[in-house]
Design a protein around this ligand. Structure first.
Ligand code: PLP
Length: 410
């Protein structure tokens, strides 16, 4: 860092400012986490220089003997961690992993059954502004209006009616457990592939805090930077039968040179997730989200579906007489970073919304527990419902971050 400071003080200052921002407030964005210094050491390494198109042992460049070992380590650790037949660790992001999964299993124009974006699905699950909605015929399922849970009867009816080539489950804002066995049954009954996009919950699966999707899915795609706490990136797990198709769909179909520094950092993160401490972490993330949901409900904001089984809580803020955008802005003023989010059957447009989404991955990495979650819930409710209390909320936030700093000792 001192070299960067000497050479480029402008960028160095931005890196310091970002650490100060992280330390100065509560980071509650559900898809973020604080990756370890060891992961960042791999990311900031000379492996960033290496071209390595291809796969270990079959590269289109010389000098790959070291990065081959890094990629093999990442693959072997991912397979062990998730008890998967095959792993591809090259996708640059979660979206690239999904692109490759579509490419491996489908042809343009094929029918896909996926969760509606407005009910918790992801852009890559069929939004019209994304390749998935542009090149595929996407039928959407959602959650029930009464309990805000996935309607498995609707999923089955739609699958029988439309005969999709692929069914996707896994979401960006669904806080409850997904019944992978039910999805497997529907996929088998209708002759569809089952893709589980576990971007959000993969770290919880790694730490066995939620059931694994691997035994049920043909393909599991995921991001390595959310609950898994690794570098920003994507990865794919699949059955032995699909291994060659998935590998070809990543390289050469949709990517060329892999980011070998990121692949090495994924190996580090998988190694961390294989340790017993990670089980404790994953369990704490879920316990914290449950404590937050319970406390926030007591304080008067409604968690969608009544609560959570995972790391995230989606809150309906209409009871406070504000929109999601207003709630997000008020929290930001109070040094609480989170995002506005559509709730199921949201009357507001996606840029405004009626909800906010909260995740506990970062604050759990900071060592906070259920007691702190109660305090955070109360601070969030105060910030959202009572703009006059901003100064006192900031003080409460500062007290929490002072006792549980991000990146202590760094
Ligand atoms: N899938 C789901 C369910 C996600 O929530 C996300 C990211 O938020 C992605 C895929 C895409 O990941 P990335 O931003 O790395 O492309």
């Amino acid at each position: 860092f001192s070299r960067l400071e000497r050479q480029d003080p402008e960028v160095a200052q931005l890196l310091l400012d970002e650490v100060a921002r992280l330390r100065g407030g509560l980071q509650l964005i559900a898809g973020e986490n604080f990756t370890s210094p060891a992961v960042m050491a791999a990311l900031g390494s000379t492996l960033t220089n290496k071209y390595a198109e291809g796969y270990p042992g079959h590269r289109y460049y010389g000098g790959c003997e070291v990065v081959d070992q890094a990629e093999r380590l990442a693959i072997d650790r991912a397979k062990k961690l998730f008890r998967a037949d095959h792993a591809n660790v090259q996708p640059h992001t979660g979206a690239s992993a999904n692109f490759a999964a579509y490419a491996a299993l489908l042809r343009p124009g094929d029918t896909v059954l996926a969760m509606a974006l407005s009910h918790g699905g992801h852009l890559t699950h069929g939004s019209k502004v994304n390749f998935s909605g542009r090149w595929f015929d996407v039928v959407a399922y959602g959650v029930r209006r009464d309990n805000e849970l996935i309607d498995y009867d609707e999923v089955r009816d739609l699958a029988l009616m439309h005969r999709p080539k692929m069914i996707i489950c896994g979401a960006a804002t669904y806080s409850r457990l997904i019944d992978y066995a039910a999805f497997r049954g529907i996929a088998d009954e209708t002759g569809a592939w089952l893709l589980v996009d576990a971007a959000h919950t993969i770290g919880l699966m790694a730490g066995e805090a939620v059931p694994s999707a691997v035994p049920y899915a043909d393909v599991v795609t995921f991001t390595t930077h959310k609950t898994l706490r690794g570098p920003r990136g994507g990865a794919i797990l699949c059955t032995a039968e699909l291994a060659a198709r998935i590998d070809r769909a990543v390289f050469p179909f949709s990517q060329s040179g892999p980011l070998m520094h990121s692949v090495a950092a994924k190996a580090v993160a998988f190694g961390e997730a294989l340790r017993p401490e990670f089980r404790t972490y994953a369990a704490a993330v879920v316990e914290n989200a449950a404590a937050f949901a319970e406390a926030v409900a007591t304080e008067g904001l409604r968690p969608v579906s009544g609560g959570t089984d995972t790391h995230l809580v989606l809150l309906d803020v209409r009871g406070a007489g504000v929109t999601g955008a207003e709630a997000e802005g008020r929290c930001e003023e109070a040094a609480i970073t989170l995002n506005r989010n559509a709730i199921p059957y949201d009357p507001e447009p996606p840029t405004i919304t009626s909800g906010i989404r909260v995740g506990t991955a970062c604050v759990t990495t900071q060592g906070m527990g259920p007691g702190e979650m109660k305090e955070i819930a109360s601070a969030v409710v105060q910030a959202v419902c009572n703009p006059g209390a901003i100064t006192s909320v900031i003080e409460r936030v500062r007290a929490l971050t002072a006792t549980h700093p991000a990146y202590p000792g760094e």
